[in-house]
Ligand binder design. Structure first.
Ligand SMILES: [Fe+2]
Length: 303
C-alpha cells in the first residue's frame, strides 16, 4: 500500500497519491452558519432560531458563502465539499439561499449535514428524531439527489465518501456502507461534520465556537455518547439518556484509524482550522469556518 504525502496550511493542503488520474482540486467549505430574513414558511419556528440568529448577527455569512461559491466557479474546482452547519437551523428560506449560491458555482458538490442544519435550538425531540424529520422536510435540496445518511462519489480515481455523524454517532448501516466503500482500495476522502477522536488530537476539541467555552466532544470520544444530545447545554433542554457511544461509532473510529487507503477526513464543527495526522498516510483536516470567510483548497495530485 502506497502512503500518500501531505503538506498543509490553514487555507490549503496538497496530497500526493500514487496511481490517480490527474490533479483534483477540492474546495472545502464548512460552518457557514447562514440565517436569512424569515419568510412566511419560517414564521412558526422563528422563536427556535433567535439564539443562533443572535450569535451570528455580526458576520456577513451570506456574502462570505457567495464569495466562496464564486471562487469555486472562477477557479474551476472539481468538487465543493460542504461539511455541515451551512444554515443555522433548517429554515427552508435559508436552505434555498444556500442552494441557489451552490448552484451558481456550477461544480460537483457533496454536502453532509451538521447538527445546526437540522436543529432548531430548544425544539423537543432527540437528535436522531430531529435529524430524520428536518433532513427530509428542509435539507434535501442541498444533497443534489445524493443520499443524506451515507453516500459516495468517485472522481478522478479518488473516492469521496460522506457519512452524516452530526449526532456524533455512526450507526451500523453507515459503518457497513463505509466498509463497502473502503473495499476495492481506491484512495478514500471522508466527509463528515464532527471531527473524529484521534489518539493524538492535542487541542482539537478544546477549540470553542462563539457559542461556548466548553470543550467540544468529538465523534468517538467516550463523553460523546452520554448524553447523546448535542443541545444538552441549553437551559431547559431535557437531559437525554446516558448510554455511551453506539458500538458502531467505536468500530467506525477504529476502522478509520487503521484504513490503509484512507487519505483524508474533511470536517468542521469546531470552527478553528487545523490538520491532525490520523496515520502516516492520512490527515484529518478541519477547515476554518465559512462565517469568517475561511475555506481550504485541497489539491490531490499524482505522485
Ligand atoms: Fe458550526
Amino acid at each position: 500500500m502506497t502512503r500518500s504525502t501531505h503538506a498543509w496550511t490553514d487555507d490549503a493542503a496538497t496530497i500526493g497519491v500514487a496511481g490517480i488520474d490527474g490533479p483534483l482540486r477540492v474546495l472545502h467549505v464548512t460552518d457557514s452558519h447562514i440565517s436569512v430574513p424569515h419568510e412566511e414558511v419560517d414564521r412558526p419556528y422563528a422563536r427556535y432560531g433567535e439564539r443562533m440568529d443572535r450569535l451570528f448577527a455580526d458576520y456577513p455569512t451570506v456574502d462570505s458563502f457567495a464569495a466562496q461559491m464564486e471562487h469555486a466557479r472562477a477557479g474551476g474546482y472539481d468538487l465543493i465539499a460542504l461539511t455541515g452547519d451551512h444554515v443555522n437551523y433548517p429554515s427552508p428560506t435559508a436552505v434555498a439561499a444556500v442552494q441557489r449560491l451552490l448552484r451558481s458555482a456550477g461544480r460537483h458538490s457533496m454536502f453532509t449535514a451538521g447538527n445546526h442544519d437540522w436543529s432548531y435550538s430548544g425544539m423537543p425531540g432527540s437528535d436522531a428524531e430531529r435529524r430524520r424529520e428536518w433532513r427530509e422536510r428542509s435539507l434535501l435540496p442541498l444533497y443534489g439527489g445524493r443520499a443524506p445518511h451515507a453516500d459516495s462519489l468517485d472522481l478522478g480515481g479518488v473516492r469521496f465518501v460522506a457519512i452524516d455523524n452530526s449526532t456524533r454517532q455512526v450507526d451500523p448501516e453507515q459503518l457497513a456502507f463505509f466498509e463497502g466503500r473502503l473495499a476495492g482500495g481506491l484512495p478514500v476522502v471522508l466527509l463528515a461534520h464532527v471531527p473524529f477522536r484521534l489518539p493524538d488530537d492535542r487541542d482539537l476539541h478544546r477549540a470553542p465556537p462563539p457559542s461556548s467555552a466548553a470543550p467540544i466532544p468529538l465523534c468517538g470520544d467516550p463523553e460523546s455518547g452520554s448524553p447523546a444530545d448535542i443541545d444538552r447545554r441549553l437551559p431547559g433542554r431535557e437531559r437525554a439518556r446516558t448510554s455511551g457511544n453506539l458500538p458502531s461509532t467505536e468500530e467506525f473510529v477504529d476502522r478509520l484509524l487503521a484504513a490503509p487507503n484512507l487519505i483524508a477526513v474533511l470536517c468542521g464543527h469546531v470552527h478553528v482550522a487545523g490538520a491532525y495526522p490520523i496515520h502516516d498516510g492520512a490527515v484529518q483536516y478541519v477547515a476554518g469556518p465559512g462565517y469568517l470567510n475561511r475555506s481550504r483548497t485541497i489539491t490531490i495530485r499524482p505522485r
